[in-house]
Design a protein around this ligand. Sequence first.
Ligand code: SF4
Length: 86
Amino acid sequence: MYRITIDREACDGVFACLVRDDRFVEASDGLAAIETDDDQAIAATFDDDRRESAEQAATACPLDAITVENAEPDAPQSQSLGEAKQ
Ligand code: SF4
């Protein structure tokens, strides 16, 4: 189980990330977001075999805006883009 977080203060919309992992998408403000089942998020927890793709995206990001770290099973599922703006 792992958690992906985007530091949107650091992100400048270069989009080196989305060619490594297609869960990264361009949000309406031109910065990166993480596509989850029903939303766009700035942080999301996954339990699948795609951690390596996420880590490649993190490595490719020239601004180190992506963090991939171990997550506890009780970690919140995702923090949506809308929540972040509030
Ligand atoms: S590669 Fe980094 S800076 Fe570029 S869009 Fe993705 S998260 Fe943002």
